[in-house]
Unconditional design. Sequence first.
Length: 140
Amino acid sequence: MSAFGDYNFFLGLVALAFSASIGILLVVLSCALPTWGQQWWPMFVVTFYVLSPVPMLIGNRLSNTDSLGAASSALRELCIFLTTGIVVSAYGLPLVFAHTEVIDWGPALLVLAGNTWCFVTILVFFIVFNRNDDFEFQVW
């Protein structure tokens, strides 16, 4: 154990932050490139990045999966359903914008690539930090 705690923890956290910044960069590029007229409508998907982990964080905090060894509960299933709705909405919004010609298809594809990158990063966060190690991350 080093003086700063677990080195792998900090390295993983920095890697996740860097990965999320790449996804955000793709979204900002879809908005800011002068080739497509600098339309900032695709930035609305950033709200979905903030909202997507909230149901699962609430579900992980409130569900009691330790009792009777239950792998699932109604609350947990509701949280998965709400998270799925948020993620699908994040993919649908740029497609609707492109279909209604609010933005071009180029920025829409960049936003979809940024969505994929950011949501994979969020998924990796939950996979890595929900393991039952000796250190508790469940308070997040």
